[in-house]
Design a protein around this ligand. Structure first.
Ligand SMILES: [Zn+2]
Ligand SMILES: [Zn+2]
Length: 111
């Protein structure tokens, strides 16, 4: 069973809120600052992947048009790029937002 309550962890690498600098919450997933930069690297370079302790982050190719971002709910065919780790996905637009959140003080929720 997934952790609930105050034991939140990144959906992409499994690290808990205490193990990362910042954890960004979406409606259906969490992503930490480290995975934001990993996902950026993955969508910037076709064919590139990034391994984490619990999954491999990889690009969602455009044939998977119905796959949805776990953070904003947009489908793959509505965004320019998307990265996935297991059954969690994040689009390039949400990654941009994450960058803004990570550089902002105090941290803001994604939605
Ligand atoms: Zn992470
Ligand atoms: Zn998104």
């Amino acid at each position: 069973m997934p952790d609930s309550g105050n034991r939140l962890s990144c959906s992409f690498c499994g690290k808990t809120q205490k193990q990362v600098k910042k954890l960004i919450a979406g409606p259906d997933a969490y992503i930490c600052d480290g995975c934001v930069s990993r996902a950026h690297a993955v969508i910037a370079e076709p064919g590139r992947t990034a391994a984490t302790p619990i999954a491999t982050i990889q690009m969602v190719n455009d044939e998977a048009g119905a796959e949805e971002c776990s953070f904003c709910g947009k489908r793959r065919d509505q965004v320019a790029a998307m990265a996935s780790a297991g059954d969690r996905r994040i689009c390039d637009e949400c990654l941009e937002l994450c960058d803004e959140i990570l550089s902002a003080e105090p941290p803001l929720p994604l939605r």
